[in-house]
Design a protein around this ligand. Structure first.
Ligand SMILES: NC(=O)c1ccc[n+]([C@@H]2O[C@H](COP(=O)([O-])OP(=O)(O)OC[C@H]3O[C@@H](n4cnc5c(N)ncnc54)[C@H](O)[C@@H]3O)[C@@H](O)[C@H]2O)c1
Length: 451
C-alpha cells in the first residue's frame, strides 16, 4: 500500500521504516531541515538499535523516501500517519500545536487531491481523549475525498523500538468505520500473529488505552520507589521484593525496578495528561498525583542521599555522572532523571562531570559549559568524590573498578539504577549506595581530605 508518515521522530521514523520493510511504499515527511537532510543522506537523526541498517536497506530498494511536503506525500497515499510530537505544556496539559498544524496541512491536501479511493488518516501520536473525533469532523468540512480517521496509538519502547514495532503485543485501532478497520488490518497483516493481537474499538477507548497503559506502567515504578524507602529503613532488599512479588502471575515481573525515577518522552507527559483528562471531567485523580509526586521526590531524595553520605560537603565536591539518557540504548534525554539530578547537584555547589554513550550531545544543549563533558567514563571518575549512575548502560557494569577505585579521590558510587554488582563493589573497596538495597560502607579508602 502507499503510505505517508508525517513526522519522522522516534515514532514516525520507526513506523515509516518498518512499514517499508514489510512491503509498503512509504513517504516520510519531516519539517525539521536538519533531520530531513540526515534522512536524505541515508542516516538516522536518532539512535535506535537496528534502525540505520533497516533504513538504508529500504532507501536502497526504493520502498522508502523522504520529503518536506505533506501535500506531495499525500498525493498517492491510501494511508496517512500523523506521528508528530504532543509534548507537555508547563501546566501538564498536552501541547497540540504540532498536531493541529499538521492536521491543517492534511485538511488543505484533502481539499485539493483527487482520488477515487478511501484515504485513511491514522493518528499515531498520543492525543487527549476526543481528539480523533474532533479531527474527523473538522476535516469533513473541507474534504473532497472520501476519508476516515483512526486512532492507532503506539506502544514501542525506545531502545527496542524496531523490534517492538515488528513484533507487537497488540495493535489497537480505534474508529467508527469498518472499512478503515479492514484497511488497517490489511496494512498490518504481516505483523499480526493471532487475531486477538489486532484490537478494534471506538476512538475514545483507543486514546484512553494509551494513557492508561503508560499510567499503569509508571505507577508500578513509583510503587517500587515507595517500597525502596521502606527497604532502606528496615534493611530489606528491593530486588528481593521485586522477585518475590513479580513471580506472582497476577503481578508479573515487568516495570518493577526501583531507581532514581522514570523519565523519557512518554511516562511523565502521559501521566500528567491523565491528570488533566481527569480534571476536565471534574475528577481529582489522586492516584496519578501520587505517581508524579513520588517520581519527583525520588530525584531530590537521591541528591539528598549524596549530600549526607558523601562524607564531605557537596559544595566544592566533584561528582561524576555516568548516564544521561532517560534509559539505556537511546540518545533521548527528554525528561531524563539526569536533568533534575544534575540541576540539584549544581544548585548544591558540586562540580559535575558527565558521561554517556549516546546522549552527550543532546545533554550538552541543556547544560552547555556548566558541566564538564567526558568521553571516557574511566577518566571521568579520576579525582572525583563520587560517581552517580543515572542510566543503566550495561557497559558501566564491566568497568575496571579496581583502577577506578584507585584513581578516585574517594571510591564512592551512588547507583541510581541498581545496575552494579555488589560483590564487585565490595571487592574493590568501593563505598556503594544503591536504591532500596543494603549499602556497602566498610573497606573505605580515602585518599585525601584536603579538598
Ligand atoms: N518516543 C516514544 O517512545 C513514543 C512511544 C509511543 C508513543 N509516542 C508518541 O508518538 C508521538 C511522537 O513522538 P516522538 O517521540 O516520535 O516525537 P519526536 O519529537 O521525536 O518526533 C516528532 C517529529 O515530527 C516532526 N514534525 C512536527 N510537525 C511536523 C509537520 N507539520 N510535518 C512534518 N513533520 C513534523 C518534528 O520535526 C519531529 O521530528 C507523540 O505523541 C508521543 O507521545 C512516543
Amino acid at each position: 500500500m502507499d503510505v505517508a508518515v508525517i513526522g519522522c521522530g522516534y515514532v514516525g521514523l520507526v513506523t515509516a521504516t518498518c512499514l517499508a520493510s514489510i512491503g509498503h511504499r512509504v513517504r516520510g515527511v519531516e519539517k525539521d531541515q536538519k533531520k530531513l537532510a540526515r534522512l536524505l543522506e541515508g542516516y538516522s537523526p536518532i539512535f535506535e538499535p537496528g534502525l540505520v541498517g533497516l533504513l538504508q536497506e529500504q532507501l536502497a530498494n526504493g520502498s522508502l523516501s523522504f520529503g518536506a511536503s505533506i501535500n506531495e506525500a499525500m498525493r498517492d497515499a491510501e494511508v496517512v500517519y500523523l506521528a508528530v510530537g504532543t509534548p507537555s505544556k508547563p501546566d501538564g496539559t498536552v501541547d497540540m500545536t504540532y498536531l493541529e498544524a499538521a492536521g491543517k496541512e492534511v485538511c488543505d491536501a484533502l481539499a485539493t487531491i483527487q482520488s477515487d479511493y478511501l484515504v485513511t488518516i491514522v493518528v499515531k501520536s498520543t492525543v487527549p481523549v476526543g481528539t480523533n473525533r474532533k479531527l474527523y469532523y473538522s476535516l469533513r468540512q473541507n474534504s473532497k475525498l472520501e476519508f476516515q480517521v483512526v486512532s492507532n496509538p503506539e506502544f514501542l519502547k525506545e531502545g527496542s523500538a524496531v523490534n517492538d514495532f515488528l513484533e507487537p503485543d497488540r495493535i489497537i485501532v480505534g474508529g467508527e468505520s469498518p472499512e478503515a478497520f479492514r484497511i488497517m488490518r490489511r496494512l498490518y497483516d504481516p505483523l499480526i500473529k493471532t487475531e486477538d493481537t489486532f484490537l478494534t474499538m471506538n476512538w475514545e477507548s483507543a486514546e484512553l488505552t494509551k494513557y492508561a497503559a503508560n499510567t499503569m506502567l509508571a505507577s508500578r515504578i513509583s510503587f517500587m520507589n515507595e517500597m525502596s524507602i521502606l527497604c532502606d529503613a528496615y534493611g530489606a532488599d528491593v530486588e528481593d521484593l521485586r522477585k518475590g512479588i513479580g513471580s506472582d502471575k497476577r503481578i508479573g515481573p515487568a516495570f518493577l525496578r526501583a531507581g532514581v525515577g522514570f523519565g523519557g518522552s512518554c511516562f511523565p507527559k502521559d501521566v500528567a495528561a491523565m491528570e488533566h483528562i481527569s480534571r476536565a471531567i471534574g475528577h481529582e485523580n489522586l492516584f496519578v498525583e501520587a505517581i508524579q509526586t513520588i517520581n519527583k521526590s525520588q530525584k531530590r531524595r537521591f541528591v539528598e542521599k549524596i549530600g549526607t553520605k558523601l562524607g564531605r560537603p557537596l559544595a566544592g565536591s566533584t561528582i561524576t555522572v555516568w548516564g544521561l539518557a532517560f534509559k539505556a540504548d537511546t540518545d533521548d534525554i527528554r525528561e531524563s532523571a539526569a536533568i533534575d539530578v544534575i540541576r540539584y547537584l549544581l544548585e548544591g555547589g558540586a562540580n559535575v562531570r558527565a558521561h554517556d554513550y549516546k546522549a552527550m550531545d543532546n545533554m550538552r544543549e541543556v547544560f552547555t559549559d556548566q558541566v564538564e563533558w567526558m568521553q571516557d567514563p574511566v577518566a571521568a571518575a579520576a579525582g572525583a568524590d563520587a560517581i552517580a549512575i543515572l542510566t543503566d548502560w550495561p557497559q558501566y557494569n564491566t568497568m575496571p573498578f579496581r583502577k577506578i577505585s584507585a584513581t578516585m579521590n574517594q571510591p564512592v558510587i551512588f547507583d541510581g539504577r541498581n545496575c552494579l554488582i555488589r560483590d564487585v563493589m565490595r571487592e574493590n573497596g568501593i563505598r556503594y549506595y544503591p536504591i532500596g538495597r543494603p549499602v556497602i560502607e566498610s573497606n573505605v579508602r580515602v585518599r585525601s581530605s584536603s579538598r
